[in-house]
Ligand binder design. Sequence first.
Ligand code: SF4
Length: 59
Amino acid sequence: MSVKKMDKPNDGIKCIVNTCEYYMNGDHCTAEKINVEPRNANQSDETDCATFAPKDHAY
Ligand code: SF4
């Protein structure tokens, strides 16, 4: 499911994934909302942003 891409950063999120369609310079995310997975993770490096989409993703 695609998430709305805003024309400004989502101030609640810092993200360094510069290959993502939603990434904005300065380590910002422009997604209106993000989904983080998986359930039952035990440490932070087991979690991922499921909203990630490659930069050339067509909407
Ligand atoms: S959608 Fe996820 S991976 Fe992409 S910029 Fe936002 S937080 Fe980072």
